[in-house]
Design a protein around this ligand. Structure first.
Ligand code: ATP
Ligand code: MG
Ligand code: MG
Ligand code: MG
Length: 569
């Protein structure tokens, strides 16, 4: 592609309403433009990367034996009434009417449509297992669309649905999808973690989310660095006895705002500036069963929800910071003060001078050599009862009992789910088994946030100059910058020649032949994040060389003109 004939829509200024780096850089690099809240146009530069992500997802899904389909985005209400979700789904479902007044929705997901298709198409257990996927536009009327394509309303998802004669078969495909997702995210060059997710709401029996680690992530995940244990925050806290589950986030807004003295104390204790992070703090003197006097603290951050709460036992703090009544605390945490189970393990704050008590709240109980890392803090927390941790993680082995338990922010880029027979029962999706008997199929579903991945990758790959794409999803792998080509036919010619050579070798090349100052071209190519850059100049050509610089390299290097291609390989 020649830059002179291509939409290079770069911007110098950081857009005011873009809060996170990927959103800023996607706008500045000319990848996307906003149409309205949560609605984005993909410009040519951005679309190239989106398509490459899609291609990797498609290749790995095909490799797994899944079959690609394409279902309508608009879905009739009847199917949703059949599954019961027409009334259950809530505000995220965009409902609409056709000219005859019939109800439709714009699909936020496709369980109903695929179940309807398969109950008509598949008749026998011999056709199972079967897995169908699509890469398609979804609409969810998100309460807070933000962060650009990261949490959009219209976005692109790969969704897959598998059908099975029994739970064993579902398990096999589920494991296969788990491996497939790892292959996808490995190829995308992402630093990610598969974590156990709470499957409670849909009633399925197993669920994993795939999270890209990034401080801008909206979810908290908990994992041990030295064992296989990893879970999202809901799963980690879901093991608390039902009566000890935290109350809805709404209740939390009603409690006291901390005074400056409290914020200062928290800041000092944690070594952070708590002014911006601490909004609401409740502290209560409390004696536990063993008679130790402690305090219970709840801290909320900004306008965040329950996800940002931490609870801690402040044994040993001489002076309570802010007092709250039992009722206030109980209203907030939904259980008896002092008997709080694992409430939320999140950052920013557990206010605690006694490490053992801190651990109590981090995973119910664990006291054997775990250390904790939060977003805004990091400290060693010696704990000595790993048995209790095992109980808390619901029989999921933390097998060696050693390691470092970390709490990190994650961006959910994938989610796999054993649906069981929820939809197939509601919609009567059956096949005939070996004995000619009609049986309800088991189902699994598997989502990947294709457009979200583009933003998540940038969160992990950027510097102060711009994006740094991994080769696999770079819009162009190589940039060729010609200097003063309009004045120098030699440079123009050498640029063209290199361009053709690299293209024929299969590279996606952007020839920056624009009549712009060199500084502008360099800055644009770095902002856009093209991994490899050659500069063709009169001075270099006179010496028989091109200048090469990798996007992550500190130094440029001169290489003989003839060696450009072998150099890249
Ligand atoms: P989230 O927790 O971020 O709201 P979700 O759990 O509601 O996501 P799923 O129903 O599991 O999403 O959908 C599968 C995938 O689709 C998610 O893992 C995510 O990568 C992507 N996704 C979901 N909502 C959005 C959105 N609003 N914008 C972009 N991608 C999204
Ligand atoms: Mg959601
Ligand atoms: Mg989620
Ligand atoms: Mg999900």
């Amino acid at each position: 592609m020649r830059a002179s004939r291509y939409l290079i829509a770069t911007q110098k200024e950081t857009p005011a309403d873009a809060e996170i780096i990927s959103h800023q850089l996607m706008l500045r690099a000319g990848m996307i433009r906003k149409l309205a809240a949560g609605l984005y146009t993909w410009l040519p530069m951005g679309l190239r990367t989106l398509r490459k992500v899609e291609r990797i997802v498609r290749e790995e899904m095909d490799r797994s034996g899944a079959q690609e389909v394409l279902m309508p985005a608009v879905q009739p209400a009847e199917l949703w009434q059949e599954s019961g979700r027409w009334t259950q789904y809530g505000g995220e479902l965009l409902r609409m009417n056709d000219r005859h007044g019939r109800d439709f929705c714009f699909g936020p997901t496709h369980e109903e449509v695929i179940t309807d298709l398969i109950r008509n198409e598949l008749k026998s257990y011999k056709e199972l297992p079967a897995n169908f996927y699509q890469i398609q536009t979804k609409f969810r009327d998100e309460r807070r669309p933000r962060f650009g394509v990261m949490r959009a309303r219209e976005f692109i998802m790969k969704d897959a649905y598998s059908f099975h004669i029994n739970a064993g078969s579902l398990d096999e495909t589920y494991q296969l999808m788990h491996r497939t997702y790892c292959a996808i995210f490995d190829r995308l060059g992402l630093d990610y973690r598969p974590v156990q997710a709470d499957s409670g709401a849909i009633g399925g029996s197993a669920s994993h989310e795939f999270h890209v680690l990034a401080s801008s992530g909206e979810d908290d995940i908990v994992f041990s660095t030295d064992s296989d244990y990893a879970a999202n925050i809901e799963k980690a806290e879901a093991v608390a006895p039902a009566g000890q589950r935290p109350a809805p986030a709404e209740a939390l807004k009603e409690v006291a705002t901390p005074d400056q003295r409290t914020i200062d104390a928290v800041s000092e204790f944690l070594g952070i500036d708590a002014t911006r992070t601490v909004k609401t703090l409740l502290v209560k003197a409390e004696a536990d069963e063993e008679g130790h006097s402690g305090l219970v603290a709840l801290i909320l951050r900004g306008d965040h929800t329950l996800n940002e709460i931490k609870a801690g036992n402040l044994a040993g703090v001489a002076e309570p910071l802010t007092m709250a009544t039992d009722e206030e605390i109980e209203q907030v945490i939904g259980c008896k003060a002092g008997s709080i189970g694992p409430v939320k393990l999140n950052v920013p704050v557990i206010v605690d001078r006694s490490a053992a008590h801190l651990a109590d709240f981090v995973c119910g109980a664990n006291r054997d050599g775990f250390h904790l890392t939060g977003v805004n803090w990091e400290r060693d927390v010696p704990v000595d009862r790993v048995e209790d941790l095992r109980n808390v993680v619901e029989g999921d082995p933390s097998p060696d009992g050693k390691g470092t338990l970390e709490i990190r922010r994650g961006i959910e880029v994938g989610h796999i789910f054993k649906l069981g027979n929820k939809y197939s029962t509601a919609m009567n999706a059956t096949v005939l088994d070996e004995n000619g008997k009609s049986v309800i199929m088991d189902m699994g579903c598997y989502g990947v946030g294709v457009s979200r991945i583009v933003a998540a990758s940038i969160e992990q790959n950027h510097d102060d100059k711009g994006i740094i794409w991994p080769d696999a999803i770079a819009p162009f792998q190589v940039a060729i910058i010609t200097l003063n080509a309009h004045k120098s036919p030699t440079v123009a010619e050498a640029g063209e020649k290199l361009y053709e050579q690299l293209r024929q070798a299969g590279y996606d090349v952007l020839l920056d032949d624009r009549n712009e100052r060199p500084g502008v071209k360099f800055a644009d190519m770095e902002l856009i994040g093209i991994p490899h850059r050659f500069v063709v100049s009169e001075r270099g050509l006179a010496a028989g060389t091109l200048e090469y610089k990798g996007r992550r390299d500190e130094e440029k290097q001169d290489i003989p003109v003839a060696e450009a291609l072998p150099f890249l390989v």
